[in-house]
Design a protein around this ligand. Structure first.
Ligand code: SF4
Length: 208
């Protein structure tokens, strides 16, 4: 079980094996646990890095609880995000079919996307530049209500487009969350109005 004597013993052994592999010029990656409570994830990552001389660590999820069969891609992504933020180098994806059956193609898709979200969340904490650039670009498109841009930046562009286009706000520059009270739309209109007024005042001042 997570962080019990058996798992720590296995980790110590893997540390020894990592040393031997390195001495022989062989690359190593350390496999971590797949079920870890939230409060033990960061400690597990730290321990692995210390015991295995900083060898790349990969975890299966990890699942943070055991009661959500059918949703283990979410349980795994929660743990994966924590693990990634704590310094894990590689996430093994988990599908909604985990513990129930072999995954079909849709399960694989759901699992991969959930794990990519976890990895991206961790990359933002690690300060990975490309992750920040991607994230910031989505924010710019949101601010501009640029829906095509938002779809292009979305982790799952098809799903993002489908949700918007199947709603009552299809084709509109706002969405049905706030509708006519869209704060971004109101804000943008206010900024435009203020800019126009400033220009008009400047022109009137110049003429005067
Ligand atoms: S309607 Fe609300 S949720 Fe939708 S874009 Fe505007 S502020 Fe965002």
């Amino acid at each position: 079980d997570a962080t019990d004597r058996g798992q720590i013993g296995e980790l110590l052994l893997m540390g020894e094996l990592a040393d031997r592999a390195r001495a022989m010029g062989v690359q190593v990656m350390i496999e971590g646990p797949g079920h870890v409570p939230l409060d033990q994830i960061a400690a597990n990552v730290k321990l692995e890095k210390r015991v295995c001389g900083g060898a790349p660590f990969y975890v299966l999820g990890p699942l943070t609880c055991d009661v959500a069969p059918g949703y283990d891609h979410i349980t795994g992504a929660i743990g994966g995000a924590m693990a990634s933020a704590a310094g894990t180098d590689f996430l093994c994806y988990v599908t909604p079919a985990e513990h129930l059956r072999l995954p079909d193609i849709d399960d694989v898709r759901e699992g991969v996307i959930a794990t990519r979200i976890a990895a991206h969340s961790g990359d933002l904490v690690k300060g990975v530049r490309a992750a920040k650039v991607w994230n910031d670009q989505m924010s710019r498109y949101r601010k501009a209500l640029n829906w095509e841009g938002m779809y292009a930046m979305a982790m799952d562009p098809d799903k993002a487009r489908r949700y918007k286009e199947e709603s009552e706000a299809a084709g509109s520059n706002v969405c049905t969350m706030c509708g006519s009270l869209c704060s971004i739309n109101i804000d943008n209109a206010a900024i435009k109005f203020t800019k126009r007024r400033s220009i008009a005042e400047a022109e009137a001042h110049a003429v005067g």
